[in-house]
Design a protein around this ligand. Sequence first.
Ligand SMILES: CC(C)(COP(=O)(O)OP(=O)(O)OC[C@H]1O[C@@H](n2cnc3c(N)ncnc32)[C@H](O)[C@@H]1OP(=O)(O)O)[C@@H](O)C(=O)NCCC(=O)NCCS
Length: 179
Amino acid sequence: MPVPHETEHLRFRRMTPADLDEMAALLGDPSVMEFYPAPKTREQAAAWIAWNEDNYAKDGLGLWIIETHDGDFVGDCGLTWQRVNDELKLEVGYHVSPAWQGRGVATEAAAASRDFAQEHTDSSELIAIVHPDNRASARVAEKIGMRRVNDDLGADGSVRHVWGMRLRPTADPSDDPAR
Ligand SMILES: CC(C)(COP(=O)(O)OP(=O)(O)OC[C@H]1O[C@@H](n2cnc3c(N)ncnc32)[C@H](O)[C@@H]1OP(=O)(O)O)[C@@H](O)C(=O)NCCC(=O)NCCS
């Protein structure tokens, strides 16, 4: 099963239970999880890995481990189907270890995930769901070609910004923001 192409600094691979120590450290870090309800426990990190393994099997995609070409852990990035305003949309997501933040890796990885979505799915659209205060995440979305399209309410009733882009022209050309 394919994964996104390599980038200048990164390669992608599927996550497995062997990644639990690194994923628990990443998702348990309060700074990484600032815009989530709470940092994840080790058990919740294990469930995150299992969720992605299910997604690889079911959808042929998921959040993948991103690592350097030497195999150093950087974080996760990839694609999942999410319900937004009662519609299923393909979302790109990313989490980068604090030691690697600010070097352009999320942008590189998100762009490779966008290219994967274009090549390996028939979704017409790619979105990113972003907490209104998460400026770094919004900037990554913007840098891979998205613009803010609308808002959505999370499960807890909080507002989430939805960023999005077309992956391919639609049947209705007037619906294509590139025109
Ligand atoms: C969001 C995240 C993945 C970005 O990772 P990164 O590798 O540091 O991102 P990049 O270096 O590719 O680019 C970040 C961009 O955001 C900008 N940025 C970073 N922090 C910012 C802030 N607090 N306010 C405004 N812009 C910010 C950077 O300057 C850069 O833009 P630029 O190239 O125009 O200067 C990282 O901050 C992270 O893991 N955050 C916690 C998890 C998270 O919130 N994930 C998103 C869930 S939707």
